[in-house]
Design a protein around this ligand. Structure first.
Ligand code: CP
Ligand code: NVA
Length: 301
């Protein structure tokens, strides 16, 4: 494993290795056992979109591993004024040990990896959010003990979160059911991948059908970063695509609920369901730290 660009690139063994190391790093942190695996290393963190969790967890994680994180806002970088990513990659490769990037196009992340010579970590694109899904898988295994026989249900936009969840959950052996409006289905590349898993994957436009007998229910905002201009149109399209009591009643009684955050209460999830599952959702947020530290150790140590 040279980079973390998308879940599609990882084998099941690589995913499980990352989760095992993440569990170990979490244990060590909680027990005051230092783990300076990245002493003397530097991580550049390029942000072309806003972030709370990704920025703070990568920055803190790098510090805990003995390395040095640099926050690089696209407002300040020449990349924000049109310097090609090919040149940025070749320059930054001469200063840094690794780059985390949050941006719009997946191609920009793939280009950084192609033209640079250091590990690249995708901190969210319009296509996927692999760091979030590694944390989600870590949280599911922590609460459920294993992935065996579990069904993950995703309600909402067939966008970055859905794309990575479909791939990640199928790769670790879960079955996946996704409910999204017809005009907001995941891209062909993801549906083609999922088709290879036969009846372990289901897509419907009916949230109730997807939620039936689910063990984990997950949703995401109706309008992602960069789609603010479509917010009103999306509110109409996603009306009813909400995790609420009615949907929870169809899932297994011990079903968990996850949300990558930020959440829009009473849109994709009700306040009541959100608060009833806040322990899971905030453990998920914490696990971003541990999962990403594991990724950085695998790629940069
Ligand atoms: N879930 C997530 O990536 O959060 P941020 O946008 O705050 O980084
Ligand atoms: N789909 C959301 C995820 C945020 C973490 C977005 O891209 O804004």
């Amino acid at each position: 494993m040279k980079h973390l660009l998308k879940m599609l690139d990882l084998s099941t063994d690589e995913i499980i290795d990352i989760l095992n190391l993440a569990d170990q790093l979490k244990y060590e942190l909680k027990h005051g056992i230092p783990h300076p695996h990245l002493k003397g290393k530097t991580l550049g963190m390029i942000f072309q979109k806003a972030s709370t969790r990704t920025r703070v967890s990568f920055e803190t994680g790098m510090y805990q591993l003995g390395g040095y994180p640099l926050f690089l806002s696209s407002n300040d970088l020449q990349i924000g004024r049109g310097e090609p990513v090919q040149d940025t990659a070749r320059v930054l490769s001469r200063y840094l040990s690794g780059i985390m990037i949050r941006t719009f196009e997946q191609k920009e992340v793939e280009d950084l990896a192609q033209y640079g010579s250091i590990p690249i970590i995708n901190g969210l694109t319009d296509f996927c959010h692999p760091c979030q899904v590694l944390a989600d898988l870590m949280t599911i295994r922590e609460f459920k003990g294993s992935f065996d026989g579990l069904k993950m249900c995703f309600i909402g936009d067939g966008n970055n979160m859905a794309n990575s969840l479909i791939v990640g959950c199928l790769k670790v052996g879960m079955s996946v059911s996704i409910a999204c409006p017809n005009d907001y289905q995941p891209p062909k590349e993801i549906l083609d991948f999922a088709a290879g898993y036969g009846d372990k994957f289901e897509m419907t436009d009916c949230p109730k059908q997807a939620a039936k007998d689910a063990d984990v229910l997950i949703t995401d905002v109706w309008a992602s970063m960069g789609q603010e201009g479509e917010a009103e149109k999306r509110k109409k399209a996603f009306d009813g695509y909400q995790i609420n009591d009615e949907l929870m009643a169809l899932a297994h009684s011990d079903a968990m609920v996850l949300h990558c955050l930020p959440a829009h209460r009473e849109e994709e999830i009700t306040e009541k369901v959100f608060e009833a599952h806040a322990n899971e959702i905030f453990e998920e947020a914490e696990n971003r730290l541990h999962a990403q530290k594991a990724v950085m150790v695998k790629l940069m140590a």
